[in-house]
Design a protein around this ligand. Sequence first.
Ligand code: ATP
Ligand code: MG
Length: 333
Amino acid sequence: MRILAIETSCDETAIALTEAEGGLNSPRFKILKSAVASQIKIHRPFGGVVPSLAKREHQKNLPLIFKKVISEKDISSLDLIAVTVGPGLEPALWQGISFAKEISKAYGKPLLGVNHLEGHIYSNWINPSVGLPKFPAISLIVSGGHTILSFMKDIKTWKILGSTRDDAVGEAFDKVARMLKLPYPGGPEIERAAKKGKNIIDFPSPMLHSSDFDFSFSGLKTAVLYYLRDNKKINKNDICASFQSAAFEVLIKKTLRAAKTYKAKSVLLSGGVASSLALRAFFKKEVKKNDLNFFAPGLKLNTDNAAMISAAAYINFLRKKKKPLKADGNMEI
Ligand SMILES: Nc1ncnc2c1ncn2[C@@H]1O[C@H](COP(=O)(O)OP(=O)(O)OP(=O)(O)O)[C@@H](O)[C@H]1O
Ligand SMILES: [Mg+2]
């Protein structure tokens, strides 16, 4: 099945053409074409995403990328169009939905709404280099808007075990970077600086010992703020290394505890923060130490992209599951 997917939930305008095949036990995806127009430079001066600017950029970029990526021949071979309907910034989501409706009508192709977070999870099924995830599995989404730990009984059945009570982990990276006067998005900047620094500042790993599976990152963020207030001479690299390590520590601890509690066979990481090579290496080492299979999507599939939306669309298509074609900024997984 050939799927054209559109993603505009935040500050990336993305379109992908994917070939999907197989059943729910072993879905396979091949990315035929994929393009992402990043708006990072536009939002950078504001230190974060400005919804009205994101909307304007999506409106401008969608027809351009569509024309660049998709030929008339591609359109005739399409079986399905998919579009992200939530969660995300509603003005941004609406741009993608309206565009998808237009092309669906113009070319007479069916249209399916997709949950962005399902896209993050199912990005683990695209071109996996280490085979397909085995169930039961524990999935951890670490992104700009979410930190969600869930138990997956199989590819279509999951239960949320815990999530963040305040900032998402990516959001904490972005905010700490801003405190350190590092550019947006902060995650890659902090990772770069952390490589040159030492983990020698004792920042708290919030909720490390709490018996639930929830997270909290605002205390850690405040600890960095107080450290900056109380210390005249600072080493940014050491702050980044120490902050990153405190954040990662709680992510792995809770993930491994969940894996043990639920007798999982695999651990699946996804979302923008999963593009951190430091996080991937740390998770891989710790997960393997516990005799579990570790999965993380290919590097370009962690931050927002449309290939992951086509993967979620295919799985929902197989399940005959449909989401209403209207933007839902707070849509839950
Ligand atoms: N190398 C990295 N280290 C840590 N964080 C990173 C890295 N690269 C990207 N990030 C973080 O990933 C986040 C962006 O991820 P993503 O694009 O999935 O978020 P989003 O789509 O805005 O949120 P959501 O998926 O929850 O709706 C940003 O907060 C960014 O700082
Ligand atoms: Mg995302």
